[in-house]
Design a protein around this ligand. Structure first.
Ligand code: ARG
Length: 582
């Protein structure tokens, strides 16, 4: 049980005694640690509905509060209750955390099957910086959900069946550079795509030629199919290299093409069930009028002061299927084959309307009980405050961004690192460069835009990955200077403010990790880790470890040990490995 849960438990018992009814009251972490560790507004809320004086009710609660509870209580303002957890309670928590790989985080009581749909770049098109947000966020959410005991299925739903293949196939037949393809497949495929895209903008007949290549592929032409297969293999290999560098992996790569055969029957089923109807030769899903507030109906749009239809198209008038059709088929598959309770889509906020429509359709198909979430995110900006672009004005490629970050880290490492060999420094720079990109992504509220400033991201000072690495290394370094062996698990005692404050934060790990999944916000964990690191440095300045002896020495070593474990475990849940030395 977390401390907050323990307090809720006691508060509920006290309320039963005072009010004579059983009421579950919520306790939350205090906003201002000067007044307590946890707080509750239960007296205010309950007094209001009972027409009582809140302060009087709070006084009754405090009067009935058991002396042997884990915290003491105080009333603040008009009737808030503040709880101060006893130092010995923190001491016991730290003692057990020191030899617990889960650091007090209990697995959830009811594990769910969660499908995480993330990364999902489009084959032969650039895997650009927008996909980086999805990849990093999704990977960290999958790690956290797994750690909490959920059954997680990660699926890379790549865009491997779009109109881009018409263009790539045309360019492949006209200007393929085979050696370049072998040397760097992603780059050559991208060049082909850009070449065809530019050419078809300039020349109508080329556009038509590309369209015909696509039709041939869709009709099963053997030659075009072979080109498509090869593009796909090469792209996957290229992507795999990037994922390996990022330490990201997927249980499945069921791209759009995996559902090709399901689309025609699906549209048929929707037509027969009157869930979709024909409109100007296309097949669409319209509003069913079930949403009372028109502003919240994703199938309506306001134009010139009038509400008009904004349907979801599932079959084009030329017979082709849409992104939406595939997504409905994919969702059904995930429900039927994988028994998914939840499907979480980590996708750019610009697709928000698409997902609102998809989830509404899911409801009409009888899937309303599923927990479907669009985990949206904003844009990455350059230091000029505009969406990040390369000098040539293109969308930056993920691999290049990683290289740039590693190069910036290399400069910082050369200036600051104590490592001797060039090899060790290069390895550290790679780790810092990748981690800096990940940490910066995860440290921002996912819906906000953020500025991509490499020098700040790799700096040792500031809210950065290297700062956490350094804190972790520092908390471990003391053990190397130790003459006696350190055996975690013996009782400890906390007396100094800095010790108690650090222990209080460390004990909160068990509350912070599950909270990340409430709204899928890893930045809750990053802020927490930075707070732990800052508290650790203050503690380390204030409380000598090696000069202390007896239980004080053991207690302080235990705090260093739990700090190191908490930082390493927290970073690992974000998909970031800590360096041994730096
Ligand atoms: N390939 C899409 C894109 O790059 C993202 C796919 C997200 N997943 C999904 N099930 N729609 O925009």
């Amino acid at each position: 049980m977390t401390l907050a849960q323990q307090l809720e438990f006691t508060l509920t018992a006290v309320l039963a005694q005072v009010l004579g009814e059983s009421i579950t009251a919520a306790v939350s972490p205090a906003n201002d640690l000067r007044f307590g560790d946890y707080q509750s507004n239960a007296a205010m809320v309950l007094a209001k509905s009972r027409k009582m004086n809140p302060r009087a009710l709070a006084e009754q609660i405090v009067g009935a509060w058991p002396a042997d509870a884990i915290a003491t209580v105080e009333i603040a303002g008009p009737g808030f209750i503040n709880f101060r957890v006893k130092a010995e309670v923190y001491a016991t928590r730290m003692q057990s955390a020191a030899s617990d790989a889960r650091l007090g985080v209990s697995p959830v009581a009811h594990p769910r099957t969660i499908v995480l749909d993330f990364s999902a770049p489009n084959v032969a098109k650039p895997m650009h910086i927008g996909h980086i947000r999805s990849t990093i966020l999704g990977d960290s959410l999958s790690r956290i959900a797994r750690f909490l005991g959920h059954k997680v299925i990660t699926d890379n739903h790549i865009g491997d069946w779009g109109t881009q293949f018409g263009m790539v196939t045309w360019a492949w037949k006209n200007s393929l550079d085979e050696p370049a393809l072998l040397a760097n497949p992603l780059a050559e495929l991208l060049r082909l795509y850009r070449h065809a895209s530019d050419a078809s903008k300039a020349d109508e007949s080329i556009r038509e030629a590309c369209r015909l290549e696509l039709v041939k592929l869709q009709q099963g032409d053997a030659g075009n199919f072979a080109i498509w297969t090869r593009c796909l293999d090469l792209s996957k290999q290229g992507l795999q290299q990037i994922y390996q560098r990022l330490d990201v992996s997927f249980d499945h790569w069921l791209g759009e093409s995996a559902y090709n055969n399901a689309l025609a029957p699906l549209v048929q089923k929707l037509l027969e069930g009157n869930l979709a109807r024909e409109s100007d030769g296309a097949v669409c899903i319209f509003t069913d009028g079930s949403v009372a507030d028109q502003t919240k109906d994703p199938f309506l749009i306001r134009r010139d002061g009038e509400w008009s239809d904004f349907p979801m198209m599932i079959r084009k008038s030329d017979g082709g299927f849409n992104y939406a059709t595939t997504d409905i088929a994919t969702l059904e598959f995930r429900k039927n084959e994988w028994n998914a309770d939840s499907v979480w889509y980590v996708v750019d906020h610009r697709q928000s309307l698409h997902f609102q429509q998809l989830f509404a359709v899911a409801g009409r198909l009888g899937l309303a009980s599923m927990d479907l979430r669009h985990i949206a995110f904003g844009t990455i900006l350059g230091t000029d405050g505009k969406p990040l672009k390369t000098r040539a004005g293109d969308l930056p490629q993920l691999a290049d961004v990683l290289d740039d970050s590693v190069a910036a880290a290399r400069v910082a490492v050369n200036e600051r690192s104590r490592l001797d060999t060039d090899e060790e420094r290069a390895e550290l720079a790679e780790l810092i460069g990748i981690s800096a990109v990940k940490f910066t992504e995860l440290a921002h509220h996912r819906l906000s835009d953020y500025v991509f400033d490499l020098d700040k991201m790799v700096a040792l000072e500031g809210d950065t990955a290297p700062y956490l690495f350094y804190s972790n290394v520092r908390s471990r370094s003391i053990f190397r200077k130790l003459e006696e062996p350190f055996v975690a698990g013996a009782p400890i005692e906390l007396t100094e403010d800095a010790e108690i404050h650090l222990a209080r934060l460390l004990a909160r790990f068990a509350e912070v990790v599950p909270a990340v999944l409430d709204d899928c916000r890893p930045n809750i964990l990053t802020s927490y880790l930075l707070e732990v690191a800052r508290a650790f440095h203050s503690y380390f300045e204030a409380c000598p470890v090696l000069k202390a002896d007896g239980i004080t020495r053991h207690s302080r070593l235990t705090l260093c040990h739990v700090t190191a474990l908490t930082l390493a475990t927290g970073l690992q849940l974000l998909g970031i490995a800590v360096p041994e030395r730096m």
